[in-house]
Write a protein that binds this ligand. Structure first.
Ligand SMILES: O=P(O)(O)OC[C@H]1O[C@H](OP(=O)(O)OP(=O)(O)O)[C@H](O)[C@@H]1O
Ligand SMILES: Nc1nc2[nH]cnc2c(=O)[nH]1
Length: 179
C-alpha cells in the first residue's frame, strides 16, 4: 500500500500532549479505577490495536488483580474517517455477573465503544467501566456512551501517537499529535 508519509504528517502536525502529561494522567486514572473496583476480580479488556499502549500502562499502574482479555473492533481500518464497525476478535473470558474495565485510546464519535460496551452487557456483564486515554470534545458523540475515566482531552482534529495511528503508522510515538 502506498501510505501517506508519517514524517511529512509529523512536520505539519502540532504536539498536543507529551509523554509526561499522558503518564501522569494514566497514573491518576489507575488510582481512581482501583478505588472503584476494590475487592473485585474484574475483566480488563484492551480494545486493539489503538488501546494497547494505554491499556498496558494503565494495568501496570493499577493494584487490583484483574483477568486480562482483548477485543478487536475497528471502524477506521487505517483511514482517517470512520465507517461501519468490523468485529475482528471477541473476548473469550466469561463476563456474566462481572465488572468489565474497557481500555481504549480514544472516544471520538463513540460508535466503537458503544458497540463494545453493549456487547459486554449482552454477555451479562454486571457493569462496564469505560476508560480512555483521550476524548475528542465536539458534540458529535452518539447518545448513550461516555467515558467513565478519561486521561486528556484532544481537539476536534485527527490525532495520532501513543497507540493511535496515522494510516497504520506512528502508533509507537510516545506523544499525541494532531494534523
Ligand atoms: O469513537 P469512534 O469514532 O468510534 O472511534 C474510536 C475508535 O477508533 C479507533 O479505532 P480504529 O477503528 O481506528 O481501530 P484501531 O484501534 O485498530 O486503530 C480507536 O481505537 C477507537 O476504538
Ligand atoms: N488515530 C485516530 N483514530 C481515531 N479514531 C477515532 N478518532 C480518531 C483519531 O482522531 N485518530
Amino acid at each position: 500500500m502506498n501510505r501517506p508519509s508519517l514524517s511529512e504528517a509529523l512536520s505539519r502536525a502540532d504536539l498536543i500532549h507529551d509523554l509526561p502529561v499522558l503518564d501522569a494522567a494514566i497514573q491518576r486514572m489507575a488510582a481512581e479505577i482501583d478505588q472503584e473496583i476494590q475487592g473485585e476480580h474484574a475483566v480488563f479488556i484492551t480494545v486493539m490495536h489503538g488501546g494497547l499502549p494505554f491499556a498496558a500502562k494503565l494495568a501496570l499502574a493499577m493494584k487490583s488483580d484483574m483477568e486480562f482479555d482483548y477485543i478487536h473492533a475497528t471502524r477506521y481500518r487505517g483511514a482517517t474517517s470512520g465507517s461501519e464497525l468490523h468485529w475482528l476478535r471477541q473476548p473469550a473470558a466469561a463476563l456474566a455477573g462481572r465488572t468489565v474495565v474497557l481500555a481504549d485510546d480514544i472516544l471520538d464519535e463513540g460508535k466503537t465503544l458503544k458497540a463494545i460496551r453493549d456487547f459486554c452487557l449482552d454477555r451479562g456483564a454486571r457493569r462496564v467501566i469505560v476508560a480512555v486515554l483521550c476524548e475528542k470534545r465536539h458534540g458529535r458523540c452518539v447518545p448513550g456512551i461516555k467515558a467513565d475515566y478519561c486521561g486528556v482531552e484532544v481537539p476536534d482534529r485527527y490525532v495520532f501517537g501513543h497507540g493511535m495511528d496515522y494510516y497504520e503508522q506512528g502508533r509507537n510515538l510516545p506523544a499525541i499529535y494532531a494534523i
